[in-house]
Design a protein around this ligand. Structure first.
Ligand code: PEP
Length: 259
């Protein structure tokens, strides 16, 4: 059985490398001993190279929060896929809603995905609707994102893609609530169906790793793992609290052991 994948997105925190190491260490200590969980920490890019020297095994690895679609061109301030790979990142988040809010389009995310797939990096592609309503508009929004981003990829390429379902309304401190496991399961079903339609085959669509992100914490994690149709999480706020994140890792390990 595939391991559960628990990803921490530290966003633009903490402020110093010293604090980053302080959060990383207890997480790595726990993650190192888990047999059924792979942990990925996505710190600000400036900390990747230093934290990279602390990586000891595949149980706890690093990811980038974003990469450029381009390589070897003069883009001031951008970071490329080969750079993050050289800094020991093995995953890269793309399409996060906080980047989309600053102008990133599905087409840009599609270009970034193709770039990442040409390096030994695993892409974590964020998708999710802005509002969950009863009219079905959320399904159309989600379908459009997924179609634009993954159309044209082969089965082999899609098998490397991790999809993170992150409903925008459930993310961050302004969110009124997380999604429910059943809302999550429905959305992940929509995503898998689009991939199946594109590939004209269900195999990869059903086996792709799907994550849920949006106000995940140690208390609600178990419900999503039981009923959300997902194989892990993309965690924002709770990933900067080492104690809370370690608890989420332990919940996942216990759940995986029982399955
Ligand atoms: C995120 O920003 O990807 C996220 C899931 O944030 P939070 O867990 O804080 O809602």
């Amino acid at each position: 059985m595939k391991k559960l994948l628990i990803v921490g997105n530290w966003k633009m925190a903490p402020n110093t490398a010293k604090e980053a190491v302080k959060i990383w260490k207890p997480i790595q200590k726990t993650a190192h001993n888990l047999k059924h969980v792979e942990t990925v920490i996505c710190p600000p890019a400036v900390y990747l190279a230093h934290l990279g020297t602390l990586v000891t095994d595949r149980n706890c690895v690093l990811g980038a929060q974003d990469v450029s679609a381009d390589t070897d061109v003069p883009h001031t301030g951008e970071i490329s896929a080969p750079m993050v790979f050289d800094a020991r990142a093995r995953y890269a988040i793309i399409g996060h809603s906080e980047r989309r809010a600053r102008g990133e389009t599905d087409e840009t995310v599609a270009a970034k995905l193709r770039t990442i797939l040409s390096y030994p990096l695993s892409p974590i592609v964020c998708v999710g609707e802005s509002v969950r309503d009863d009219s079905g508009a959320w399904v159309r929004e989600l379908k459009k994102q997924v179609k634009t981003i993954v159309s044209g990829l082969t089965e082999v390429q899609l098998a490397r893609v991790v999809i993170a379902y992150e409903p925008i309304w459930a993310i961050g401190s302004k969110a009124k609530r997380s999604a429910t496991p059943s809302e999550c399961r429905d959305a992940v079903g929509v995503i898998r169906q689009i991939v199946a339609d594109i590939l004209k085959s269900d195999t990869v669509a059903q086996s792709m790793t799907a994550l849920y992100g949006g106000s995940v914490n140690p208390e609600n994690a178990i419900e999503f793992l039981q009923d959300g149709g997902i194989q892990g999480f993309l965690v924002g706020r709770a990933s900067l609290d080492a104690k809370a994140f370690v608890q989420i890792l332990k919940v996942a390990e216990t759940k995986a052991k029982k399955s």
